[in-house]
Design a protein around this ligand. Structure first.
Ligand code: COA
Length: 168
């Protein structure tokens, strides 16, 4: 990273990445030179995919764009942002339901680290109803999710569920 580079952190669970996330990444690259997609070792969720599997799906979804790095972090987001030398967090906003949680989180993060700004970008019309959990639920029941996720992710979902079915 050079001193003049604008770098932002886009945190989340990305279990798995959806077209909504991919859209936010694309928009963010219009504002920032480099992005760090920060995979949270989220204590509140039990992910279906491992960190490595999620990292690979994101890297493939962005065509291995050298401006986008995928990393994992534990602990507080603001500590990670500071450690990476960034001062901006990007979050995607879908429908109204996201607002309350995001509003609280942004204020908490500002309280913890006043120098870190949160920027919200609106997701695309096509993905305002999409979430990783819904995509997983539809895929588990055999529904077609290929228009909601980047190429390769739908196949990863069916392989994952197939492997789980074989185990039981
Ligand atoms: N398009 C489609 N879906 C989107 C989306 C978009 N643009 N943006 C978010 N989503 C979905 C995700 O798929 C996810 O769906 P799911 O709940 O079904 O899995 C949901 O919205 C929210 O996910 P995400 O954006 O990945 O955030 P998160 O809630 O999983 O993680 C962290 C939030 C990681 C940023 C937050 O928990 C955190 O900062 N953790 C670190 C600990 C910390 O610092 N805590 C204090 C902060 S207040």
């Amino acid at each position: 990273m050079t001193a003049s580079e604008r770098i932002a952190v886009y945190p989340g669970t990305f279990d798995p990445i959806t077209n909504g996330h991919a859209y936010i990444l694309k928009r963010s690259l219009k504002i920032f030179d480099r992005l760090v997609v920060a995979l949270a070792e989220n204590v509140r969720k039990t992910p279906l995919f491992s960190i490595e599997e999620r990292r690979e799906m994101i890297t493939a979804a962005v065509d291995r764009d050298p401006r986008i790095e995928v990393d994992a972090f534990g602990g507080l987001l603001v500590d990670y942002v500071r450690q990476r030398g960034a001062t901006t967090v990007i979050r995607g906003l879908r429908a109204l339901a996201d607002f309350e949680y995001e509003f609280q989180a942004a204020h908490m993060n500002r309280h913890l680290a006043p120098e870190v700004e949160t920027i919200f970008l609106m997701t695309s019309e096509e993905s305002f109803y999409v979430s990783s959990s819904l995509v997983k639920e539809v895929a588990l029941m055999g529904g077609d999710v290929s228009r909601m996720v980047p190429p390769g992710v739908a196949a990863s979902l069916s392989h994952k569920y197939e492997a789980m079915r074989k185990k039981t």
